[in-house]
Design a protein around this ligand. Structure first.
Ligand SMILES: *[C@@H]1O[C@H](CO)[C@@H](O)[C@H](O)[C@H]1NC(C)=O
Ligand SMILES: *[C@@H]1O[C@H](CO)[C@@H](O)[C@H](O)[C@H]1NC(C)=O
Ligand SMILES: *[C@@H]1O[C@H](CO)[C@@H](O)[C@H](O)[C@H]1NC(C)=O
Length: 520
């Protein structure tokens, strides 16, 4: 009587006839039917539940089951998420009416409507299993699994929230030593959980944890994608802080920031002090020490133009810093001959293929920091002939912070050269067009230099009359417009968790680019 079968994912009860015809079915009766029915379905079913096509009644039943039989329910969910997909039989264009095309439909994330009624016990079990599968399993986790995991965490923030980095490390200390896992965690944090941490008031804790990871990553060769994801996460966290003083007060704060983060921190601090003031007197006493900490490794000075917008207390504290740009250009001029020589061997069409490895193994850091500047100068002479493949191979072997330093240096050299060319009588319009065209080759065609870091570097030179014009030109370029368009096309509906149809996988790489993380 309580036999159950599965058809296109719908649980269909023979016994529902009993349920609907009996005059006043008790809840207990319904529960009994559900449980027994579901139990049969799990025990006997070779066939999988299709969680995308559950009707309301089946969803309700699954909720009930989640309270009473969490373990088997958890197993069916995990079977679904680790399976290859669902076969469907569809009518094809050139087929007889009784023939069907067999297609495999990719597994979709569990819909929010289903997740929202599950028992906390089941949620915890499934979350635990998914973590096991995503971070300790052999297979690459499916998008459906990762998305379901995120949805689960987001619908029960009070019961399920934990600091992901701490939680995963305490479960297994080696989890985050695997690059694949770290990328996945940072993607989840960047694209799904940022608001959750803010809601829980855990932004600062997250920033501490990410900063610790950044400090080991920034000097290591390679790992560019992990680093940029971590840096991006920190940028967002810093920009959303309302009180920066707490972060630094214990002294163990983000002394290990990257150059870009340090610069952003100062600007955030200026905005916080200007809009909220300084809350406590001891903050005032602490300001100078804090600035020294933040800027311990940074040579950057803010322009007069920018400082004018800073609160006076910060302006006074920073005004003593010497602008070392002149020295930086001198240092570049001293290294220029050697650097151009190396760049010629590395990047010209006649480059000896073995030189790439020689350069990677034997070049000195004081020359490596000028690689992009050198490539830029060389490009001016032979724009089409520069070997960007070799440049990319070498940059990828740099540490991420070395790439950042290269960009900041290149910007200074580039602006310096525009001034020189102007003095020689070249028209500005022409110089700008060429500079932007050549930068585009680096940024968009070959995806060598991350555009956000380059734009920030240019913006930080706002006292140079040409820097902001280049920024505007880059923001206005058709390449960027095209990427924005691609992004909008591919990102999927913004409220994807509400749409019941199949999940649209976002192919964002085309829009966002690979930037030194591509595989050969
Ligand atoms: C770049 O140089 C390498 C050897 O160093 C060569 O194999 C490759 O074809 C060159 N690519 C271009 C686009 O010139
Ligand atoms: C370069 O260094 C790598 C590892 O550091 C080594 O395997 C390789 O043999 C070195 N190549 C040369 C040409 O020195
Ligand atoms: C790059 O610069 C050179 C010389 O400055 C110029 O001739 C060339 O057209 C530029 N390339 C692009 C793609 O704009």
């Amino acid at each position: 009587m309580y036999k159950v079968w599965l058809e296109r994912g719908n649980l269909q009860f023979i016994s529902t006839a009993y349920y609907f015809t009996s005059p006043s079915p008790s809840l207990l009766g319904f529960l009994l039917i559900s449980i027994v029915g579901f139990f049969f379905c799990i025990k006997s079913g070779e066939r999988m539940m299709d969680y995308m096509n559950l009707d309301d009644r089946s969803i309700g039943m699954f909720w009930v089951v989640s309270y009473t039989m969490a373990q088997p329910a958890c197993e069916t969910v995990m079977n679904w998420l680790t399976s290859a997909g669902v076969t469907e039989h569809l009518p094809g264009p050139n087929l007889q009416s009784n023939e069907r095309l067999m297609v495999m439909r990719e597994v979709s994330p569990l819909p929010i409507s289903l997740l929202s009624g599950l028992s906390i016990n089941l949620c915890l079990k499934v979350a635990f299993q998914m973590e096991e599968s995503m971070f300790s399993g052999q297979a690459v986790p499916s998008i459906a699994m990762v998305e379901t995991y995120c949805r689960l965490m987001l619908i029960s923030p009070h019961s399920l929230f934990r600091s992901l980095l701490t939680h995963l490390t305490s479960r297994n200390p080696t989890t985050l030593t695997k690059p694949g896992n770290t990328i996945l965690v940072f993607e989840i944090l960047n694209y799904r959980f940022l608001s959750l941490y803010r809601y829980q008031g855990k932004s600062k804790t997250l920033m501490y944890d990410v900063t610790k990871m950044i400090s080991t990553l920034k000097g290591k060769r390679g790992d560019h994608r992990i680093f940029r994801l971590a840096e991006n996460l920190c940028m967002n966290l810093i920009l959303s802080l309302r009180d920066f003083f707490f972060v630094k007060r214990e002294g163990k704060g983000p002394t290990e920031f990257t150059e870009t983060l340090n610069r952003i921190t100062i600007v955030t601090l200026a905005i916080i002090i200007k809009t909220r003031g300084i809350g406590e007197f001891e903050h005032l006493l602490y300001l100078q020490t804090m600035l020294e900490q933040i800027l311990a490794t940074s040579q950057h000075t803010w322009s007069e133009k920018t400082l004018r917008y800073f609160p006076s207390i910060l302006r006074d504290a920073l005004s003593g810093r010497m602008d070392k740009r002149g020295l930086a250009i001198q240092a570049w001029q001293q290294a220029e001959t050697t650097v151009i020589n190396q760049c010629t061997q590395l990047l010209s069409p006649s480059a000896d293929p073995s030189y790439v490895v020689t350069y990677i193994n034997h070049s000195f850091p004081q020359h490596r920091q000028y690689l992009c500047a050198g490539a830029w100068i060389l490009m001016h002479g032979h724009p089409e002939n520069i070997n960007c493949t070799n440049l990319g191979r070498v940059l990828r072997e740099f540490s991420p912070e070395e790439v950042t330093a290269n960009i900041y240096t290149m910007v200074d050299v580039l602006l310096h050269h525009i001034h020189l060319e102007l003095q020689r009588g070249h028209p500005l319009q022409d110089l700008m067009l060429k500079a932007c065209g050549n930068l585009s080759v680096f940024i968009w065609n070959h995806e060598l230099l991350p555009p956000d870091i380059l734009l920030l570097a240019l913006i930080d030179r706002d006292d140079d009359p040409h820097a902001l014009r280049i920024v505007i030109n880059l923001l206005d370029s058709k390449e960027l417009q095209q990427r924005v368009k691609l992004y909008l096309l591919n990102r999927g509906p913004p409220e994807h968790w509400l749409s019941p149809g199949p999940f649209k996988r976002a192919e964002l790489q085309k829009a966002l680019g690979n930037y030194l993380s591509w595989k050969e």
